[in-house]
Design a protein around this ligand. Structure first.
Ligand SMILES: Cc1cc2nc3c(=O)[nH]c(=O)nc-3n(C[C@H](O)[C@H](O)[C@H](O)COP(=O)(O)OP(=O)(O)OC[C@H]3O[C@@H](n4cnc5c(N)ncnc54)[C@H](O)[C@@H]3O)c2cc1C
Length: 334
């Protein structure tokens, strides 16, 4: 008998034939949603020579994997990927489609949603089924969580950042069906990826850092930002930021923490010159100890952290760096 609800899909991503962490996290969540709807959890995966690399998706909860494995799909090709996903969605009528809020997901999601004439919620921080089995797509807004629903159109589509959902415990005994997907032949892409050059990051990755220093608009100017970066260096910490810092061009988008940026869970988080807006703070909910430095004693950030310093960061940060360096020197010589 046909399920009342279509399957729950994850548009999975791979890099160098390894399934990306966010895709496995989404697969775990897709499995929970599928169980709630009494339907199947399924993944779509594109790449080359991927046949032997789909196991983690099954172990994370996939019942079926639609696999496009072909030299033409070796690199992410937006026009081909969109066409393949749209065709499959029209044929199999998924109830829900989940994508990572990654560079690829952020590009694919609106293109697919527009072609399928359905809704899309970006940067969700939770996904639950309501009493009518409609997907509540929760995003931080107006000082709380706003639930967005797509009551009429299908599929219901949501993009979610890495780290929002936990990694599911892999069940190595699980397996499922692999359904081969042909490359759409009627697409003449205007873009073609010729080569992928991996950038070797020279900074500590935010997601795995034990200490994160994040700077905000209170840095004031590039010199103020440099001081905050120096503080991160002194502490051997990863450097993150808020949106205004990206808008000012002091730091790249990849450093932005929060709802539309990265999710971090360090042992220690130090927020410098930032106001504690929810769209930023949602990205640090996993931090163990939180400190804020802000020159406004009434800043809402102080209600959300464990320790607060009320001071001008331009005055306080250089002194703090000096103290840290002096302490580190003593540690070495003692
Ligand atoms: C849909 C949506 C998604 C968003 N996603 C994100 C996201 O992922 N990440 C993100 O960061 N933002 C995001 N934002 C933006 C977010 O709402 C806030 O605007 C942003 O986080 C504020 O950054 P801020 O705290 O640096 O700046 P402000 O709110 O301007 O705060 C600056 C703070 O610095 C303090 N200050 C000023 N001068 C000094 C000084 N000399 N010394 C010490 N303190 C000083 C001030 O008292 C103030 O508290 C999003 C917004 C929307 C609408």
């Amino acid at each position: 008998m046909k399920n009342v609800y279509g399957p729950v899909w994850v548009i999975a991503e791979q890099r160098d034939c390894r399934i990306r962490t966010v895709s496995l996290q989404l697969m775990g969540q897709a499995q929970k949603l599928a169980a709630g709807l009494n339907t199947t959890a399924e993944a779509l995966l594109f790449g080359n020579l991927m046949e032997h690399h789909v196991r983690p998706l099954f172990a994370a909860g996939a019942d079926r994997v639609f696999l496009g494995s072909n030299p033409q799909l070796a690199f992410y090709e937006p026009e081909i990927y969109v066409q393949a996903i749209v065709r499959l969605a029209q044929e199999h009528e998924p109830e829900i489609i989940l994508l990572g809020s990654t560079a690829m997901g952020r590009e694919l999601a609106p293109l697919v949603a527009a072609r399928l004439q359905t809704g899309l919620t970006a940067h969700c921080t939770d996904l639950v089924l309501d009493e009518n089995n409609i997907l509540e797509q929760r995003i931080p807004a107006y000082g709380g969580l706003l639930s967005i629903i797509c009551p009429q159109k299908r599929p219901q589509m949501a993009a979610i950042a890495n780290g929002v959902f936990p990694m599911p415990e892999p069940d190595q005994d699980r397996s499922g069906e692999i359904i081969p997907v042909a490359v759409p032949e009627d697409v003449s892409p205007r873009l073609q990826t010729l080569e992928v050059v991996h950038q070797i990051p020279d900074e500590i990755p935010l997601e795995s850092a034990a200490i994160v220093v994040a700077g905000g608009a209170g840095a004031g100017d590039p010199d103020g930002w440099r001081q905050i970066a120096d503080l991160a260096d002194a502490l051997n910490a990863a450097l993150g930021c808020t949106r205004p810092v990206v808008d000012e061009g002091w730091a790249p988008l990849e450093s932005m923490i929060g709802q539309s940026g990265r999710m971090v869970s360090p042992e220690l988080y130090i927020g410098v010159g930032l106001s504690g807006e929810q769209q930023h703070m949602v990205g640090i909910t996993g931090a163990k100890v939180m400190v804020a430095i802000n020159n406004d004693a009434k800043s809402p950030v102080f209600d959300q952290v464990d320790y607060g310093v009320v001071d001008d960061c331009r005055e306080f940060v250089p002194v703090l760096i000096e103290k840290i360096k002096a302490y580190q020197k003593n540690q070495v010589t003692c």
